[in-house]
Design a protein around this ligand. Structure first.
Ligand code: GLU
Length: 300
């Protein structure tokens, strides 16, 4: 069993802070981002759209330049990270804005971005097929994935956790899952770990929001995935949901890239290394209000 303590412990008490800031649309504490222009903070724009960019030796950049737009893979049901408002179609979250920041550094403004929602199970294949130029969506850098695609980063570190009903005191860590039913997502690292290293029944879905529906309707006892993701669901529904236990893995998020595009990989890694202010502004806007505790990691 792995029990690595990560930087990303979650302070559940901080959810109370979200309740305050969530009413305050248009401020940096607004987790859903309603009323904010993407890429802006109270101090103004966080980044400029770069002009006259050239990226020698990047087939991905050549393809997007020829097309005149960039196609980015994201999640759409993970509040605070990758979220699409069903009413307005607005995309918000730490991952989504990180993707906008990368696009801007390559010379592509918001209107030049085509978003594609891709579930966890389809990410590698989508990159291999050229269906997206890059992918930003709670995508853990693992050796197995690294065999078939490349990653820039890490740009964020969290750990696997557990989400249960707010009134459930029977589950306080993964060892308590024996005799319980746990939901996770096909093709994700938390699903694999819970199956291989712990006891209990596991049911899988395509998205974490489907798992949340199952938990709220008492069809499962717990959900497991990264705490940064789970904290977003708790922030939306603190009366019914809570995080339990300590993180029990280290999930290092990277930007998924087509295998071998080292020019684009270097470009994004340099952007992250030089962009501490942007990282902090996005973290304070989207994740800190939900109680996610993290620091900017160094890239590999
Ligand atoms: N970070 C984990 C993974 O990449 C879980 C989150 C997700 O499914 O996107 O598998």
């Amino acid at each position: 069993m792995r029990r690595t303590r990560t930087l990303a412990g979650i302070g559940i008490a901080a959810v109370a802070l979200l309740a305050l800031t969530a009413c305050n649309s248009g401020t940096p504490g607004d987790t859903m981002g309603d009323g904010d222009d993407p890429g802006t903070s109270e101090e103004g724009p966080l980044w400029e759209v770069a002009a006259d960019v050239s990226l020698e030796g990047s087939p991905t950049f050549d393809a997007m330049t020829e097309r005149g737009k960039v196609v980015i893979g994201v999640k759409s049901d993970q509040p605070g990270l990758g979220y699409e408002d069903p009413a307005t179609g607005d995309r918000t979250g730490f991952d989504v804005d990180t993707a906008r920041w990368i696009a801007a550094s390559l010379g592509f403004a918001d209107e030049d971005i085509e978003w594609k929602t891709i579930p966890s199970a389809n990410r590698e294949q989508e990159l291999i097929n050229g269906g997206v130029d890059f992918y930003v969506g709670t995508y853990s850098m693992t050796e197995a994935r690294d065999e078939v695609i490349d990653f820039a980063g890490p740009y964020f570190i969290t750990g696997q956790g557990l989400l249960v009903a707010a009134d459930d005191d029977s589950i306080n860590g993964p060892d308590d899952l024996a005799g319980k039913v746990t939901c996770s997502v096909t093709g994700s690292t938390p699903l694999q770990r819970i199956r291989e290293e712990y006891n209990g029944e596991v049911t899988e879905r395509q998205t974490y929001s489907e798992c949340v529906e199952q938990l709220l309707s008492d069809q499962v006892d717990a959900i497991t995935t990264d705490e940064a993701i789970l904290a977003g669901y708790v922030a939306q529904d603190p009366d019914n949901l809570k995080l339990t236990g300590e993180p029990f893995s280290e999930e290092r998020y990277g930007v998924g890239l087509v295998n071998g595009d080292t020019a684009l990989q270097d470009h994004i890694n340099t952007l992250f290394t030089d962009g501490g202010d942007v990282w902090t502004a996005l973290y304070e806007k989207y994740l800190e209000p939900a109680g996610v505790v993290a620091e900017q990691p160094a890239v590999d």
